[in-house]
Design a protein around this ligand. Structure first.
Ligand code: ASP
Length: 584
């Protein structure tokens, strides 16, 4: 070993010891006769001391010549510091250096490599290997390692077998576009990268593995939103001979175990809310339950009084921003601007202030009597000092907009506390979703999800009303996982493909292998997958998953460090039988 200790471990008890440390120069302070260097490695920082009074001149000169991020080996004796630093675990001591070796020099780094950096996102990503030297980013990856280990521990203890599935496969529809890989050996043919191992894990159930898991990379070619990555990691699981409650119990258990082991938090049992209830009460299928502020629908109380905006609306719905009755004109204007932003899309905002003195003031006083307004207040069970905010319009769009406003108010009122954890299951999703553009049904989860047994008979004549045995786990407004009980019967799977608008031939070419397997004794089965990156970000108390991935892509799907995607050689294209007018 080139070192006797790490930069994080020496304490006052080690005083007098002869040691050798290796690490990077974090900082150098040259006070003329005395030079201090903060030497850093992943374990911590230790201060090195060079003193002209008692050290050879060449040694001090050598120390003065090093720059930030130089790699050093320093040998010397542990001494007590004159001025201690109680913010550092090693802050009581320093090393009086007797021998210094520069193991490597460094160019001046493009940004400061400390917990707080001056580097912007793009620069940090271009020099990610330097960014990863910073404590907080490294800490995130260490947390990720811990979440991975604890997940494996729980699943291993519960009889799950980790099985790898292939990366070069045939398309699995999870609702996104596939990344494709041309096959050199099969001209004109392509593999797809898995959007998830869905069909393989189901086949493993047919094989009798009973309980499978994999912490696995998935690939989806989607337009990237802030918190999406084209490749991401799932904790992917499947179980045989189970019903929905069994799966929920097993994986609620996993998440409770992780919170306990990693955060020391004991979670209560997760409530179950139907999709319908979630949409009606929170306008979202991933409600943040850290605060109430439930929707109250007001059609009955507001329509037919001559206010055309409400009269013509499919839905009139509001929330009670408790304690906001004192909001100024300006604050209310801000909220109005917020809901009118194009991403939110509301046309306007109606408010009703319940003043501390009991009087009522609304933005639609012209149309509604005092009695009318009192009825609204009652519907919300509002108290003096509250502020009721109301939106109106087409149902799903209005719910979505009010959901955004609810979250905004939650943040403004500081009700979305970082250290509070509210987990729930959203259940009873519709099986299908109508897509106006393609004029056909899409599977809301994926085509392998089973309809609720009692709804199977409606699949042909009333598909829109069929509910699925599908579930999502939501924590603090973030969908962390989702899954379903699967179809394990050939004829039902085939009927499902019919409803989704596949011809028999299309279904056979794409999924014949799965339907074929169902004919050889497929057991009833179901499972779930968690977004691993997102789960880690949640444990790390951050919104973005990017800093929980060692080498992430940016929002345009680029890795700016290795500079990819990038053009390839004509020759390589020829070899893959790819010619296209789009390639220069
Ligand atoms: N394969 C699904 C997904 O990626 C999860 C599941 O149904 O188990 O969302």
């Amino acid at each position: 070993m080139l070192r006797t200790h790490t930069c994080g471990e020496l304490r006052i008890e080690d005083k007098g010891q002869q040691v050798t440390l290796c690490g990077w120069v974090q900082r150098l302070r040259d006070k003329g006769g005395v030079v201090w260097i903060d030497l850093r490695d992943k374990y911590g920082i230790t201060q090195l001391l060079f003193d002209e009074g008692s050290s050879p001149k060449e040694l001090v000169e050598l120390a003065k010549g090093v720059g930030r991020e130089f790699v050093l080996s320093a040998s010397g004796v542990v001494i007590e510091r004159l001025s201690k630093n109680d913010r550092l675990p090693t802050g009581d001591i320093e090393i009086k250096v007797e021998k210094l070796q520069v193991l490597n020099s460094s160019k001046v780094p493009p940004f400061i490599i400390e917990d707080e950096t001056d580097g912007g996102e793009e620069l940090r990503m271009k020099y990610r290997y330097l960014d990863l030297r910073r404590g907080p980013v490294r800490g995130n990856l260490e947390l990720r390692h811990l979440v991975n280990r604890k997940t494996r521990e729980y699943l291993d203890n519960n009889g799950f077998t980790d099985i790898e599935t292939p990366c070069l496969i045939k398309s699995t529809p999870e609702g996104a576009r596939d990344f494709l890989v041309p096959s050199r050996m099969n001209p004109g043919e392509f593999y797809a990268l898995p959007q998830s191992p869905q069909t393989f894990k189901q086949l493993l159930m047919v094989s009798g593995f009973d309980r499978y898991y994999q912490i696995v990379r998935c690939f989806r070619d989607e337009d990237l939103r802030a918190d999406r990555q084209p490749e991401f990691t799932q904790i992917d699981c499947e179980m045989s001979f189970v019903e929905q409650p069994d799966v929920l119990q097993m994986f609620e258990g996993l998440v409770k175990f992780l919170y306990k082991e990693i955060k020391g938090i004991e979670l209560d049992d997760f409530p179950k809310i139907s999709f319908e209830e979630a949409m009606k009460r929170y306008g979202s299928d991933k409600p943040d339950l850290r605060f109430e502020m439930k929707f109250v629908e007001l059609n009955d109380l507001t329509q037919g009084k001559g206010f055309s905006v409400f009269d013509s609306a499919e839905l009139v719905v509001g929330i009670n921003a408790t304690g906001c009755g004192g909001y100024s004109r300006k604050q209310i204007d801000e909220l109005t601007d917020f809901v009118k932003k194009p991403q939110i899309g509301a046309k306007g905002l109606v408010y009703l202030k319940y003043n501390e003195d009991g009087s009522l003031k609304s933005s639609v006083d012209k149309f509604y009597s005092g009695e009318d307004l009192k009825a609204w207040v009652k519907a919300f069970e509002a108290q003096p000092g509250d502020l009721i905010l109301i939106l109106a319009g087409e149902k799903s769009q209005t719910r979505k907009a009010l959901s955004e406003l609810r979250l905004e108010m939650g943040s403004r009122l500081n009700l979305r506390k970082e250290n509070e954890v509210r987990a729930l299951w959203v259940v009873d999703f519709p099986l299908l979703e109508w897509d106006e553009e393609t004029r056909r049904y899409h599977a809301m989860h994926h085509p392998f999800t089973s309809p609720k047994p009692e709804d199977i008979s409606k699949l042909k004549h009333d598909p829109a009303s069929v509910k699925a045995s599908a579930y999502d786990m939501v924590i603090n407004g973030v969908e962390v996982g989702g899954g379903s009980i699967r179809i394990h019967d050939r004829s039902l799977q085939s009927a499902m493909f019919d409803v989704l608008g596949f011809t028999k031939e299309e279904a056979e070419t794409q999924f014949g292998f799965l339907m074929g397997a169902f004919e050889f004794g497929a057991p009833p089965h179901g499972g779930i997958a968690f977004g691993f990156d997102r789960l880690c970000a949640l444990f790390g108390g951050q919104d973005s998953i990017r800093d929980f991935i060692a080498f992430p892509k940016n929002t345009s799907g680029r890795d700016v460090m290795i500079d990819t995607p990038s053009p390839i050689d004509r020759h390589q294209l020829d070899e893959l039988y790819i010619t296209s007018k789009h390639i220069p």
